[in-house]
Design a protein around this ligand. Structure first.
Ligand code: FPP
Length: 284
């Protein structure tokens, strides 16, 4: 690859950090070398409702299509060398949706755990749950507990399902646990808090992907994603496929993670004068 091409990709990636990528930005990302792969990807699966509405279907059809999209991503992720996926299935704020949508989602979760557990277990997928179990419908709660228990020893891939999850609630629960244990204030470190979150023993996500074009975290992994890279795509979740996933991984591979530190920038590319056209051209 020429330096000119690299510069073009660099410029487009800088621009894309301001929002969802344009078509040109996306093309440059597609042509870029893949770079480093994130081990832990977190996914805000947004846009099921819009996907259904655009097709004159009930919102429940969008959520069903979302389950299918998630099934595909769980299959693809280990092939793409991702080791762990954390998905936002139902937030503590989602209880505020109409009762029939909430009930439909609970039916869908119960059904998905029942339908896919055997296969996920067979494929060595470990399932963990992040969230408050006690407020969930008993059948959904049992479905999750059963999936977590049955897959506890698996280590091929890990799927963390955030269901009845809210990051502020998670931090509140951690603080309650720490206080209940009587840990002295001077002994509380950032590691103490991490160890009392639902995500204890799980590395922070390297990359957070949000579908459907929104630019917010919506109470998702606020503590854990302090230094995660963020990627937003306008694609609605049911349409988020292998190609889209690889596009997000490629964009991540082009990022320079600094964790608040200074990283030496490469020297500027010297330009030479093109005698015929009198325009500066990068020297390769
Ligand atoms: C947000 O889209 C999506 C949800 C609240 C549900 C996501 C759940 C799944 C994809 C199923 C996952 C299944 C398991 C078993 C983990 P939205 O409805 O808010 O979309 P909109 O913004 O277009 O209305």
């Amino acid at each position: 690859m020429t330096r000119g091409k690299l510069r073009q990709i660099f410029d487009l990636l800088v621009k894309s950090s301001r929002g969802a990528p344009s078509r040109e930005e996306q093309q440059a990302t597609d042509n870029a070398p893949r770079g480093q792969t994130p081990e832990h990807v977190a996914l805000i699966m947004d846009g099921n409702g819009r996907w259904a509405t655009r097709r004159h279907l009930p919102r429940s059809a969008g959520h069903r299509a979302g389950v299918e999209a998630l099934r595909r991503i769980v299959e693809i992720a280990p092939i793409e060398h991702v080791k762990m996926l954390t998905v936002y299935a139902f937030s503590t704020e989602n209880w505020g949706r109409p009762a029939d949508e909430v009930n439909g989602l609970m039916d869908l979760f119960w059904d998905a755990f029942r339908t896919y557990l055997e296969r996920l277990d067979h494929e060595g997928v470990r399932i963990r749950h992040f969230g408050r179990l006690d407020q969930l419908r008993p059948d959904v709660r049992e479905g999750i507990q059963n999936a977590v228990e049955r897959t506890r020893q698996n280590d091929h891939f890990q799927l963390n399902v955030c269901l009845n999850y809210g990051s502020r609630g998670e931090i509140t629960d951690a603080v309650r646990e720490i206080v209940a244990l009587g840990i002295a204030p001077e002994d509380i470190t950032e590691a103490t808090i991490s160890q009392h979150l639902y995500s204890r023993d799980v590395p922070d996500p390297d990359l957070v992907i949000r579908t459907a074009g929104e630019m917010r975290l919506s109470n998702f992994l606020l503590w854990q994603s302090a230094y995660s890279e963020y990627y937003a795509t306008p694609t609605l979740f049911p349409d988020f496929d292998h190609e889209e996933f690889v596009r997000a991984l490629t964009a991540y591979g082009q990022r320079q993670r600094r964790f608040g530190k200074v990283v030496q920038e490469p020297p500027p590319i010297p330009a030479a004068i093109d005698a015929d056209q009198s325009t500066p051209v990068p020297t390769c």
